[in-house]
Design a protein around this ligand. Structure first.
Ligand code: GLU
Length: 473
């Protein structure tokens, strides 16, 4: 059996959007599962609409999603010699011909057909004229005039197109640039593509492409057209539904493995399993379970899945991913051991890396003041200062900040004062973090270290006394 070869051929006319990324993913998964090859091809023949910035955006998105390719990137604009060679083959075999009809004449033919209720198309005026190459001539495909073309789609089933519906479509414009349907087929043949999984917005192109395969005597690949991705309101996914560029999801703090897990589930299923590691996706992905109905993109579901992935990711793997988010806030996260501790306390509580970086504020800020006013009002009351001092004294004496030792230190103060743990913990929490929400007190104290903890407890006492004096005065 031939090895599987798949491809992802984006047109660099904008960012890589959710639907495109899912197409790339499906092709990548299928190639990886079958130990085949995955090819990246940049379809840049529409020079006016293509840009280097868009090419770079595609690379950036593929890199973030960790979708690596084995061949390429190929650029169609660098393959014109190959396209010319294949045009010549079709001209030589009589499957293509020169046509000198002007755009106005072709338009008139279309109008004429419509007037009698027929499909608007080129009427084949130059089909049998045997015209030679001239400057303003286009090259058209000599499509069959009868019969039908069947797209045997692994997702949608067989789709039958009557050949009378096809016209003699243009393969090469008068300026010498080849057209989309033609170059795609030449590329897919010459690159040995065995399986084409793409969006179903391309399904109407497929019968034309099949006719070209046949004219060129090439073996047909397997086709699968994936339904679109819709927004929650069941309309085509657009800017209105939130971020469009895949890279924006990186910036929103999603993990690439969570994102590909979500993308895969958006159109493919494996029983009712929702959580998949990358490796599991490679093992379990199949064409047979790509759904026939459109996937609905729901950022809340993505967020919940991301939380699961964050929890499942080892701290050492999260560290390099979190670091840019900390850097963006101006935090110096160069100390690996400290960062590992920070993540250890936060990774069960954060749904995104953005949330994790937000929650890490008190670990990295020198000063946690000003305190959250409501928390300070409630927990940093005048009678708390002596308690915080006692806790500071008890912690200061500890040889190390092992959680059991801290617990004993708190216990001593609890016994001395007759207060419960909660009564002591909340003021300490506000003193250490500036807010009343944080990870567990002991784990947090261990990570912060004695110096920061004692310093913050002291500052909280100063705050209490000064605001107390202030109120009294
Ligand atoms: N370049 C096309 C696009 O971006 C893809 C064509 C194909 O998959 O055959 O939509």
């Amino acid at each position: 059996m031939n090895p599987i070869v798949t491809r992802f051929p984006p047109s660099p006319t904008g960012y890589l959007h959710v639907g495109g990324a899912r197409t790339a993913l499906f092709n990548w998964l299928y190639a990886r599962q079958n130990k085949g090859r995955f090819i990246l091809r940049i379809e840049d023949t529409d020079i006016a609409r293509s840009s280097q910035a868009a090419v770079d955006a595609i690379f950036e998105a593929m890199a973030w999603l960790e979708l690596d390719w084995d061949d390429g990137p190929y650029f169609q604009t660098q393959r014109f010699d190959i396209y010319r060679e294949y045009l010549q083959k079709l001209l030589d075999s009589g499957d293509a011909y020169y046509c000198t009809c002007t755009p106005d004449e072709v338009e008139a033919m279309r109008q004429k057909a419509m007037a009698v209720g027929a499909k608007p198309k080129y009427d084949g005026h130059c089909r049998e004229r045997g015209l030679p190459k001239t400057n303003n001539a286009v090259i058209r495909f000599k499509a069959p005039l009868s019969g039908s073309t069947v797209v045997e789609d692994v997702i949608k089933g067989n789709i039958v197109f009557q050949n009378t519906e096809q016209d003699d479509f243009v393969l090469c414009r008068s300026d010498g640039t080849p057209t989309y349907n033609f170059v795609v087929v030449v590329d897919d043949i010459t690159m040995g593509i065995t399986t084409i999984i793409r969006g179903d917005d391309h399904v109407m192109n497929t019968p034309r492409q099949i006719l070209l395969y046949k004219a060129l005597g090439a073996q047909l690949p397997v086709f699968g057209h994936v339904p679109m991705v819709l927004g929650k309101d069941k309309t085509k996914l657009s800017k209105r539904h939130g971020a469009m560029s895949v890279v924006e999801y990186r910036n929103m703090g999603f993990l690439p493995d969570a994102f590909i897990n979500y993308l895969a589930r958006l159109g493919w299923s494996h029983g009712d399993q929702e959580f998949f590691t990358r490796q599991e996706l490679i093992e379990k992905f199949d064409l047979a379970h790509i759904g026939k109905s459109a996937g609905v993109f729901d950022v809340d579901k993505l967020t919940a899945l991301n939380a699961d992935h964050i929890r499942a990711t080892p701290v050492r793997d999260l560290a390099p991913r979190l670091r840019p988010f900390l850097a963006e806030k101006g935090y110096d996260a160069s100390d690996d051991t400290y960062l590992a501790g920070v993540i250890e306390t936060l990774h069960a509580r954060s749904r995104t890396l953005v949330e994790m970086a937000d929650a890490a504020h008190f670990y990295y800020r020198d000063d946690v003041q000003p305190y959250d006013p409501a928390a300070a009002k409630k927990f940093l009351k005048p009678d708390m200062a002596p308690l915080l001092e006692q806790i500071a004294a008890a912690l200061k004496d500890l040889p190390d900040l092992a959680e059991s030792a801290q617990e004993a230190a708190f216990k001593t103060v609890m016994e001395k004062t007759g207060l419960g743990f909660g009564k002591l913990a909340q003021p300490v929490r506000v003193a250490l973090t500036g807010t009343s929400v944080s990870p567990g007190i002991f784990e947090m104290i261990t990570v912060l270290g004695k110096e920061k903890v004692l310093n913050r407890l002291e500052k909280a006492c100063e705050f209490i006394r000064s605001s107390d004096g202030h109120t009294a005065g």
